[in-house]
Design a protein. Structure first.
Length: 323
C-alpha cells in the first residue's frame, strides 16, 4: 500500500468555509476566482470524503491577515483527530517564511479553540512547536493560505507517506522520552459507552496481569505519558482502537504487538496492522477470538455485539508467545 506524494498549494485571498450542517462535513477552500480547491477535501472513515460546501459571498467573510496552514477538520474523538487532522502538518517544517499558525475547522461550535487546544494541544505543540492554533466556525478570507494534501488518514492512507512517517516519529521522539513498563496491555474497560467496550475485558485484564502485564488506560493519562509508555513497551497487547493509531507511530521496531479483534470489522483491524508495518516495521499478530457471526443470535446482531470466546483468546495469545 503506497500513499501518493501529497501536493502543496499556496493561495492568496483564499476563502475558507467551515464545516456546514448539511452533507458529509461539507467544508474546504475556494480560490479567488470562486473555484473549489479539491485538495482541501479530507478523507473520512469508510472511504468518504468531506463534501464541497456552497461558496459564500467572500465580501461578507471576515479577513484573516497573515500566512496560515490549512489543517482541515478537527474532531473531538481522538482516533478521528489523529487520522483526519494530522495528515497535513508535514508541510509545516522548512516553510520560509514560517506560517503564522494552523487553521482548523471544528465540526461544530462546541469544539472551538479552547476545547481543541485542551484536548489536543500537547500533541500539536510536539508536532508544530510554538505555532499558534486557530479554529473557525465562520467563513474567512486568508491573506496567504497553504493547502497541503492529506498525507495520512483512513483506509488507503493509513500507511502515510515516507515523509509524513519520518516527520511524525522524529517530532514525537524528540518531545517525549521512553518511560514505562516492558509489558503493556492497553485496555478499553474505562471508556464510556457500551459500544466502545470489549466483551469480558475484566477477565482479559486478569489474564494479562497474571502474565506480567501492566494494565494501561490511555484516556486517564496525558499525551506525554501515553507516548512514553508506548515507546518503552517491548510487548504491547490490546483490543483494536484509537490508542493503537498513536502507538503505531512511536513503538520501537523490536516491539512485539498483538491486536485483539473486538468487532466484526476485518478491514478496520487489518488497517492497524498495516499502520504498524509502515510506521514501525512491526508485524503485529492478529488475535481473533470473536464468536463467528453465523453463531450469533438475533439480539446480538441487532445490538452489533461481538461476544468473545475467552478460551480461544487465551489459546491464541499463548500460542503466539504473548502469555
Amino acid at each position: 500500500m503506497t500513499v501518493p506524494p501529497p501536493t502543496l498549494e499556496v493561495f492568496q485571498k483564499a476563502l475558507v468555509v467551515p464545516v456546514q450542517a448539511q452533507g458529509r462535513m461539507a467544508s474546504g477552500v475556494f480560490r479567488q476566482d470562486g473555484s473549489f480547491v479539491e485538495a482541501s477535501r479530507t478523507l473520512l472513515s469508510r472511504g468518504r470524503l468531506t463534501d464541497p460546501p456552497p461558496c459564500p459571498d467572500p465580501v461578507r467573510a471576515r479577513r484573516l491577515p497573515g500566512r496560515y496552514v490549512f489543517a482541515g477538520p478537527a474532531r473531538d474523538h481522538f482516533g478521528h483527530f489523529v487520522l483526519e487532522s494530522l495528515g497535513r502538518l508535514w508541510a509545516v517544517p522548512g516553510q520560509d517564511p514560517a506560517p503564522d499558525g494552523l487553521l482548523f475547522l471544528p465540526r461544530d461550535a462546541e469544539l472551538s479553540l479552547g476545547p481543541l487546544v485542551c484536548q489536543h494541544g500537547a500533541l500539536l505543540e510536539a508536532l508544530c512547536p510554538g505555532l499558534p492554533v486557530l479554529a473557525t466556525t465562520e467563513p474567512l478570507v486568508v491573506d496567504t493560505l497553504l493547502v497541503p494534501g492529506q498525507a495520512f488518514g483512513h483506509q488507503d492512507r493509513i500507511t502515510g507517506t515516507p515523509e509524513f512517517r519520518r516527520f511524525l516519529r522524529n517530532r514525537l521522539e524528540s518531545a517525549f522520552a521512553a518511560d514505562g513498563p516492558d509489558r503493556l496491555y492497553v485496555s478499553r474497560s474505562g471508556l464510556r459507552g457500551v459500544e466502545k467496550l470489549v466483551d469480558g475485558e475484566a477477565r482479559i485484564e486478569k489474564l494479562m496481569r497474571r502474565a506480567g502485564y501492566t494494565i494501561f488506560h490511555p484516556e486517564r493519562h496525558d499525551i506525554a505519558t501515553q507516548i512514553a509508555h508506548y515507546r518503552a513497551a517491548r510487548v504491547l497487547v490490546g483490543p483494536d482502537g484509537s490508542a493503537f493509531h498513536l502507538a503505531a507511530c512511536v513503538v520501537a521496531p523490536e516491539t512485539r504487538v498483538a491486536l485483539i479483534q473486538r468487532r466484526h470489522r476485518d478491514a478496520v483491524v487489518h488497517s492497524f496492522m498495516d499502520q504498524f508495518a509502515a510506521f514501525a516495521q512491526v508485524e503485529a499478530t492478529l488475535i481473533n477470538p470473536l464468536v463467528p457471526r453465523s453463531r450469533l443470535g438475533e439480539a446480538d446482531l441487532a445490538d452489533n455485539r461481538a461476544p468473545i470466546n475467552f478460551r480461544a483468546l487465551s489459546r491464541q495469545l499463548d500460542e503466539a508467545g504473548f502469555l
